[in-house]
Design a protein around this ligand. Structure first.
Ligand code: ADP
Ligand code: MG
Length: 349
């Protein structure tokens, strides 16, 4: 069952703006699905959430929630919860007062929501914190309170805008795992946006990559990671081994020499991606010099200067990793090669 459907949604700020903040975006979110919108700053992520919440009028297209067109439906009647990056708890209310905010707004009596507040605080891992002052909480705890507050009115769609952006890495990684468990237990439908691919991949059932107000790719985290659709997506995910190539049959001619490609790869001129794990140290192959070496915990990441072509990123095991200045040879493993499609950029307004 589709809960949210965006049909050709466009947003343009100002008559004379050259581009669109959102340009004919089509997106469907199923009930109980967790969708993460991922993209660089300025790609339209927050605008997308604001449109769904009813905080931003559209220039074109429509937003359908639970089968009903939302044109003219005000924010408070849409039944969506929105949690921003700067979660802005009410500083003069205690934790319980913050969580109860949306329930009180509905005119519920204290006795009817006290049990619910206690339950929500337990859910987010802060049992019994009702009377604590907001100022006494750590950043991560404040984030949990903000989440409990957003969940309290039981929104049919929970939207999170860079929810963990302010937190340091370790805490973020832990919270992502907790959130994922929480949402799947509650069956919450979630539309989250982030510029952090790790966060998106850990949380999402489905990832939507945005560029300049358009959807560049959508798929499961695994699909997007394994088969980035374009050079933009590949580079945004942090892959650096991208070169122009001419594909013919099972091989491609590149500045790094001939590289084997997976069966069924499109023929002709394309950009080609080799994931670092597909650059394999071998007895014979493309000669390279090791220019940098970084220990990554489970493997060693190498930066190589080949005798021809741009620098290469490679991965190797901890044992026997070459040193900076060493001369090595590499071959390419076709399973880690992706022939990228040309970036599809519509030029018509
Ligand atoms: P993101 O959340 O991905 O960083 P936004 O949705 O905030 O991106 O912004 C998308 C584009 O729209 C950007 O180019 C931004 O400058 C522009 N934009 C956003 N809000 C406004 C506004 N209120 N007025 C004018 N331009 C805006
Ligand atoms: Mg934003």
């Amino acid at each position: 069952m589709t809960l949210l459907q965006l049909e050709g949604v466009s947003v343009r700020f100002g008559e004379r703006a050259v581009g669109y903040a959102l340009d004919r975006v089509d997106l469907a979110v199923a009930e109980h699905e967790i969708v993460c919108v991922l993209g660089p700053s300025g790609s339209g992520k927050s605008t997308l959430l604001r449109v769904v919440a009813g905080l931003q009028p559209v220039s074109g297209g429509r937003v359908v929630l639970g089968g009903a067109d939302q044109a003219g439906v005000p924010v408070h009647r849409r039944g969506v919860g929105l949690m921003f990056q700067d979660h802005q708890l009410f500083p003069h209310r205690d934790v319980g007062g913050n969580v109860a905010f949306g329930l009180r707004m509905r005119g519920l009596a204290r006795t009817s929501y006290e049990a619910q507040v206690a339950e929500l605080l337990e859910l987010v891992g802060l049992p019994g914190a009702q009377r604590r002052a907001v100022a006494s909480l750590s950043g991560g705890e404040q984030q949990r309170v903000a989440l409990a507050r957003a969940l309290a009115p039981s929104p049919r769609l929970l939207m999170l805008d860079e929810p963990l952006g302010q937190l340091d890495r370790g805490l973020r990684e832990r919270l992502v795992v907790e959130l994922q468990g929480l949402f799947s237990r509650l069956g919450t439908t979630v539309l989250a946006v982030t510029h952090d691919q790790g966060e998106a991949f850990a949380l999402a059932d489905r990832v939507v990559v945005m560029r300049d107000g358009r959807i560049a790719q959508t798929g499961t985290p695994l699909e997007v990671w394994q088969r980035p659709a374009s050079e933009f997506v590949a580079r945004f995910l942090g892959f650096e081994n991208v070169v122009p190539a001419t594909v013919s049959g099972r091989a491609a001619a590149t500045a790094w020499g001939r590289i084997p490609v997976p069966e069924g790869s499109p023929e002709g001129p394309h950009q080609l991606l080799v994931r670092p794990s597909g650059v394999v140290l071998a007895a014979a192959g493309l000669p390279c010099e090791v220019v940098a070496r970084t220990f990554r915990g489970t493997h060693v990441s190498l930066r190589l200067r080949p005798e021809a072509g741009p620098q290469l990123e490679a991965e190797c095991g901890l044992a026997g990793a070459p040193a900076v200045g060493d001369r090595v040879a590499v071959t390419f493993s076709p399973a880690e090669v992706v022939v990228l499609k040309a970036d599809t950029r519509r030029d018509t307004p």
